[in-house]
Design a protein around this ligand. Sequence first.
Ligand code: DGY
Length: 327
Amino acid sequence: MPEPRPRVWVSQPLFEDQIERLREYFDVAATPEVRAYSEDEIAAALAPLDGALVTLNERIGPGQIDAAPRLRAIANVGVGYNNLDIEALASAGIVATNTPDVLTETTADFGFALLMATARRITESERWLREGRWQQWSFQNMLGADLHGSTLGILGMGRIGQGIARRASGFDMRVLYHNRSRLPAHTERALQAHYVGFEELLASADHLMLVLPYSGQTHHIIDAAALARMKPAATLVNIARGGIVDEAALAIALATGELAAAGLDVFEEEPAVCAELLALRNVVLTPHIASASFTTRRAMVALAVDNLVAALGRGPNAGSPPNPIRA
Ligand code: DGY
């Protein structure tokens, strides 16, 4: 008797041709519509499976894997993986993978777009124009902050942070960064980036870009005290994870003029956005789209498929998925 084909689940609609690649090796249950799952629904979906391709929407921990004895691989479509309890997966012998590299440049492009939109008040002025409020050109209308010649602070200097730094040099910005570990001197030189302590980064940045991974250690690292150390004219941009910023404290800082403006692509309780932020004019809000270019989203799915196929012992890299996440 031939061995039964492994069974895998694709939790959200992705690209059909990539799902076909999975069908070469597996019996695939693909989800036709974007949907939100309860914790129990995820547990029920995983219970009979060998593997799954999931997105940041699906939170997977002990409660989701305990009743899934066959489960051997979870391929996350995304570089961030705070939706997965990596320790729990590892101790159950389940390989988890993510999709680094392929989204670095697109995400860094977007970080810059969000920074420019925020500092130069692009969405705010478009809203104002569409509301019919433009009666006459005026000299002091919609004054914003320059990027060129300013100091950019980057918190988190992994691949995406370095992509931001490369773009900043084209804008003649002085780049400061803070990271868990300092970059080698030759990389700092190539990026023209200077390492500083966290406090100095906060105090010196005209624009602060958050690009660090989210964890228990970085939860609300940008809180009321951190915001108070920033320059009142500064811009804050978050393209990492919402939980890094205390959104209630940020809304107060933006409303009271303690901080000039913020650009947020990520939120603590996505897709919900806190009402205080929605009410402010000096914040640009986007729905977690930093990696959302056609090319990059396709590349992310293709890489997640490569990871799942290999993690389940099939295809050219059988047994060696390209991007295992180490516990
Ligand atoms: C990631 O990859 O972590 C992004 O946030 C989703 O594209």
